[in-house]
Design a protein around this ligand. Structure first.
Ligand SMILES: *Cc1c(COP(=O)(O)O)cnc(C)c1O
Length: 370
């Protein structure tokens, strides 16, 4: 049986949320759970984070999954809606859409149902992805306020492009633009993603919006989540299913890209890019075998990867292999593949089994399977 398993530590998720509260004690926390809770499983993540003040999602389907758990907090649809029929679902599910574009204002103004709705209004302060431009900022607010069924407590928001970059200049410039756009407008404010929560307390405002933080991940290039004092919530593990005694000069895997420098033991672990362990990872990528650090050799294939066992003489068929987890930061593995940890946890594929670890927060916390 294939043993490849992503184990999610529910208590780590809950404690990371608590750390977000401590870091921003005056703010409410919108737990960002898009992309299936950054690949950790939306239902289990939302329940583990049920103490959050709200949830941020990217699709209406995910909003519906949260409501089906019986969670009543605010749910914010971060990319808003794009069709008139979405408005029905938004209302039925009591979801707050983010209004970021003129086309959405027109749909709202043409809406005949005219039932109450809470909205977040997004301004583009330099990310140049979603949000109203400076010239339209005030007018967009006024158009929303002119609709009597829109809750007047409109949350004013923006998103940072570079809060994790060493140079703080771009983020400070975005803050200044946001202050200028919103000057004199009433209503709560929301700016900070995980990196800004960590690094720019002045941006915490009324709602912080951490995603990666909650899963114990960082996007800073020089510090992993664990190094920031967070607890990585995912451990991706498997087992050795074969061990080969190879001779000097033997080549390993597709293309024979690795050549053994001496006689050596090489383990074969049941994990590959078909599980979300990237093919881009080079020979020498760290991997844990029986709790000890080893490194991969040769190309990652769909189902398998080869491991140099010279540093792990006690390894045997069946030994536990960890691709990433609390003691092997996913950020380091991601860097070797030229990406960030988020992409790796989001990329764990459907054939991987999920398991849960860590005591549930309270005895009544239901356990979910997915
Ligand atoms: C994804 C997202 C976040 C969370 O970003 P992290 O880097 O994971 O903290 C916050 N706000 C918006 C609008 C997002 O799309």
């Amino acid at each position: 049986m294939r043993a490849t398993t992503a184990t999610i530590d529910l208590a780590a998720l809950a404690r990371n949320l608590e750390r977000a509260r401590q870091a921003a004690p005056q703010s409410r926390v919108l737990a960002v759970v898009k992309a299936d809770g950054y690949g950790h499983g939306l239902e289990r993540v939302a329940l583990a984070l049920r103490a959050a003040d709200g949830f941020g999602v990217a699709t209406l389907t995910d909003a519906e999954r949260i409501r089906r758990l019986g969670l009543r907090q605010r749910v914010v649809l971060l990319s808003g809606f794009d069709e008139a029929k979405d408005l029905l679902d938004l209302r039925a599910l009591q979801v707050d859409p983010v209004i970021h574009h003129e086309s959405q204002l027109r749909l709202l103004e043409a809406d005949r149902k005219a039932k109450p709705m809470r909205v977040w209004l997004k301004f583009n302060t330099g990310m140049n992805r979603l949000g109203f431009q400076p010239a339209e900022a005030r007018r967009s607010y006024e158009r929303l306020r002119a609709l009597p069924w829109i809750d007047p407590d409109i949350v004013l928001m923006t998103h940072f492009a570079s809060a994790d970059e060493p140079d703080a200049g771009d983020t400070l410039a975005q803050c200044e633009r946001f202050a200028a756009f919103t000057e004199g407008l009433p209503g709560p404010r929301s700016l900070a993603n995980s990196a800004a929560l960590q690094r720019f307390p002045a941006t915490h405002a009324d709602w912080v919006r951490p995603g990666g933080w909650l899963y114990g991940m960082s996007t800073f290039s020089d510090r992993s989540g664990a190094e920031l004092g967070l607890e990585p919530a995912m451990s991706l593990g498997t087992r050795l299913i074969a061990i080969n005694e190879l001779a000097a000069g033997d080549r390993i895997g597709y293309g024979g890209s690795y050549r053994c420098p001496e006689a050596m033991r090489v383990g074969i672990a049941a994990i590959g890019y078909g599980d979300g362990y990237p093919r881009a990872l080079p020979s020498g990528t760290p991997i844990l075998v029986a709790g000890r650090r080893a490194s991969t050799v040769g190309r990652v294939s769909m189902d398998l990867v080869a491991i140099d066992l010279r540093q792990v003489p006690e390894a045997e068929v069946g030994s536990e292999v960890i691709a990433w987890g609390p003691t092997l930061p996913v950020e380091h593995i991601a860097a070797a593949a030229g990406t960030i940890g988020y992409e790796l946890t989001c990329g764990v594929t459907r054939r991987v089994a999920f398991a849960e670890a860590g005591a549930a927060l309270s005895p009544q916390t239901p356990r979910v399977r997915s």
